[in-house]
Design a protein around this ligand. Structure first.
Ligand code: BMA
Length: 364
């Protein structure tokens, strides 16, 4: 195993006019605009569903449209989704939407802040002018959900991040759940766990935008949290999931690939936060990633999709270089694997002893 790799540049290039949406841009008085879902409309315009926090501290979701996805935003003067009288599930706020297009319809998975805690609400809309609720995925607490845009064996699939009580000392994991009808969810499996060491994704992990299909696998951008003396740092890393069995992690980046650096990411209501929630694949092979900066504004950055895929394979948490091949640890923390999956670790040692990663047997 050789962990040395050429010094890699920034995978993401920030738009020079960032932040692209600020509270001052809003047609009504707000505190903050951040963590938007993103998609393309039927005529190719970019649609963002932006989390807007009003000055009472409660969030709702408002649509903004732009022909190039960067400038000339038209912002609706009223919310699409907002807490409403008599609805328990998002009484204290509608937050952090992700958007998945399937056929002619758009599915919105957002965090409803209920009096019992956060939960995942699925809604559907044909046009972002009206919507209908599909389901509450599970009782609280649950957050950071994104729907795959195709089915697996006839079933829909959702990545999300349930939170357990914490009494067992485990940090929350990203889970995969399936549904025949977008209402009943089951067959739950853990896909990405926080790591145990002092790494950037130690305290929490959570899905960013919905998974993006590539020829090599489902590309996942997820946030990781590290607690510091100055507060929590929210950064983003990459994972690649098997195209047909998305519970299988093909690769997971050891390093974060996008973190708070720009002034608008370091100053705001919650300094030190980049929180990607939407992305749009472009025809030129790049992806535009929309994210909340410091829980205050919306910003966008660009990356080449093939570079992100390569990075997930070649800078993997397992410490072996396995381009185009599945991670021998299934993307798990080597510290965990040492306790829980010594068989997998044995494979890793074999590779270190000369069985080359590219020539070795696929661990299956
Ligand atoms: C998370 C969510 C996000 C927020 C982030 C950073 O737990 O609540 O909405 O952007 O924290 O504050």
């Amino acid at each position: 195993m050789d962990r040395r790799h050429p010094r890699h540049g920034q995978l993401f290039r920030r738009e020079s006019t960032n932040p692209i949406l600020t509270p001052e841009d809003w047609p009504y008085t707000v505190n903050a605009v951040f963590n938007p879902g993103a998609t393309l409309g039927p005529d190719g315009e970019t649609i963002l569903l932006v989390r807007v926090e009003d000055r009472s501290g409660v969030s709702h979701l408002t649509v903004a449209r732009s022909s190039d996805g960067v400038t000339g935003w038209h912002i609706e003067d009223h919310p699409l989704i907002a807490p409403m009288r008599g609805r328990y599930e998002d009484r204290w706020g509608a937050e952090d939407p992700r958007i998945t297009r399937m056929g002619e319809e758009y599915f919105i998975s957002y965090t409803g802040f209920s009096p019992s805690g956060p939960l995942v609400i699925l809604a559907r809309t044909p046009d972002f002018r009206s919507y209908a609720l599909c389901s509450v995925v599970a009782p609280p607490e649950d957050k950071d959900a994104g729907l795959f845009d195709r089915r697996f064996g006839g079933r829909h699939a959702l990545l999300h991040r349930p939170v357990s009580s914490g009494v067992h000392g485990e940090a929350p994991n990203i889970w995969l759940s399936f549904s025949p009808d977008l209402v009943h969810w089951g067959d739950h499996r853990i896909v990405i766990e926080p790591r145990r060491t002092g790494s950037w994704d130690r305290e929490k992990v959570g899905l960013g935008p919905p998974p993006l299909e590539t020829a090599s696998g489902w590309l996942v951008l997820f946030h990781g949290v590290k607690a510091t003396a100055a507060g929590s740092l929210y950064r983003a890393g990459l994972a690649l999931l098997d195209l047909e069995e998305p519970s299988i992690v093909l690769g997971r980046s050891d390093e974060w690939v996008f973190g708070p650096e720009a002034p608008y990411e370091l100053q705001g209501d919650v300094p030190g936060v980049v929180f990607p929630t939407g992305w749009v694949a472009q025809e030129d092979g790049r992806v535009r990633v929309y994210y909340g900066a410091a829980d205050t504004t919306v910003a966008v950055a660009f990356a080449w999709i093939d570079e992100l895929v390569d990075f997930a394979y070649s800078h993997c948490v397992c410490g072996t270089f396995h381009p185009g091949r599945r991670c021998p640890l299934g993307g798990a923390d080597p510290a965990r694997a040492a306790e829980e999956r010594p068989d997998a670790l044995g494979l890793r040692q074999m590779e270190g002893q000369g069985t080359s990663a590219s020539g070795g047997q696929d661990p299956g």
